[in-house]
Design a binder for this molecule. Sequence first.
Ligand SMILES: Cc1cc2nc3c(=O)[nH]c(=O)nc-3n(C[C@H](O)[C@H](O)[C@H](O)COP(=O)(O)OP(=O)(O)OC[C@H]3O[C@@H](n4cnc5c(N)ncnc54)[C@H](O)[C@@H]3O)c2cc1C
Length: 386
Amino acid sequence: MAGSKDFDLYRPSEEHDELRKVVRSLAEAKIAPFAAEVDEEGRFPQEALDALVASDLHAIHVPEEFGGAGADALATVIVIEEVARVCASSSLIPAVNKLGSLPVVLSGSEELKKRYLGPLAKGDAMFSYALSEPDAGSDAAGMKTKAVRDGDFWVLNGVKRWITNAGVSEYYTVMAVTDPEKRSKGISAFVVEKSDEGVSFGAPERKLGIKGSPTREVYLDNVRIPADRMIGEEGTGFATAMKTLDHTRITIAAQALGIAQGALDYAKGYVQERKQFGKPIGDFQGVQFMLADMAMKIEAARQLTYAAAAKSERGDSDLTFQGAAAKCFASDVAMEVTVDAVQLLGGYGYTRDYPVERMMRDAKITQIYEGTNQVQRIVMARNLPK
Ligand SMILES: Cc1cc2nc3c(=O)[nH]c(=O)nc-3n(C[C@H](O)[C@H](O)[C@H](O)COP(=O)(O)OP(=O)(O)OC[C@H]3O[C@@H](n4cnc5c(N)ncnc54)[C@H](O)[C@@H]3O)c2cc1C
C-alpha cells in the first residue's frame, strides 16, 4: 500500500498508479453495475460497502498501528476519485470514514484511537462527522448543541443536521458547546456511538443527487457519555473540526474530479457512436472543442487536488489555502463538465437512461458541502499564498 510521505508534488508514484488500477477494476466490476439502481431507489450502496471492505479500501487512511492500511493522502484521493467516477454516493463511504475519524486521528488520546480506529479499519463500523445544525451551517461556530459536565460524564443535547451516512455509521464525531461564553473556543469534540441511549435519527433527506448516501438529522436527547470520549482538550473541538476540513476538503475535490472524469469518459464514447449529418458527432470541431475544454479543466483540477494531497500528507503551512482551492476549483469543474456532458448527449443526456444526468445532479453537492464555495473563497482570501 502506498505510504510514503515523499511522493512528488504533482505526480503519483508507481504504487499510486497500481492502486488506481486496482480500484478502477473493482469499481467497474462491483460498484458501477448498481449505481443507477442505487440512485433511482435512493438506497444505501451496500454492494459498494461490501466490495470496499473486502479489498480494504473503505478507510485506507487509518494508520497501520491501529490496524489500518496506513495509506497516504494521495492514495486516499485516488480511491475516492475512482469510486466517484462510477458512483458518487459510494465514494462517500471512504470519504466520510476519513472525515468522521480524522478528528480522532489528529487530536484523540491513544485510548480513543485504539477503541475507535480498530473497528473502522476492520470494516465493523463506519464513522460520521456531525458539525452542522439547522441554524448553523456556514456559521458553524453558531451551533446550539450543548454538552454539560456531570461528574465523570458529559451530557449532550441538541440537533445535528445534514449528517452523511447517519444511521448507517456506528460512530459520530459530534461538536458541542461546552462554554457558551467563548464561542468557537467554547466548543468541544466527542465520540458518540449510535447505540448510546438518547441518540436517534430523522428521516432521510429527499435530495437532488447522491441519493444513495443517507443524509439525516441526528438527535441527541440527554446522551450521557463517559468523559474520556472527549476528543482532545475541552474547548479545542472547533479548531480540530476546522483542521480536519483542511485535510478532507481534498477528498471532496477528489470526489468532484471522479464525477467529472466519469462524465467525460462517457461522453467521449458516445460521440463516436452517435451519428448526425452522416458522420459521428465526434467528427465535428464544435464537439471536439467541448471535449478538449472538459479534459483541460479536469486535468487542472487533478493537478491542484494532487498537489493539495501532497501538502496534506506533509502538513505544509499553506494547506488551508490549497485544500480550499482544490475543493472549490474541482467542484466548479465537476459542475461545468457534467453540464457539458449532458449537452453532448443531446436529448438522451437529459434522460435517466444515460448516466450523465445522475452525474450532473451528483456534482452539485460538491459545491455545497464541507463549506460552500463562497465559504471556500472566504477561507482562501484569509489565507492567501505569501
Ligand atoms: C447532502 C449533504 C450532506 C452533508 N453532510 C454533512 C456532514 O456529514 N456533516 C456536517 O456537519 N454537515 C454536512 N452537510 C452540511 C453542509 O456542510 C452545509 O449544508 C453547508 O456548510 C452550508 O450550510 P447551510 O446549508 O446551512 O447553508 P447557509 O450557511 O445557510 O448558506 C446559504 C447560502 O449563503 C451563502 N453564505 C453564507 N454565509 C456567507 C458569507 N459569509 N459570505 C457569502 N456567502 C455566504 C452560502 O454560500 C450559501 O450559498 C451536508 C449537507 C448536505 C446538503
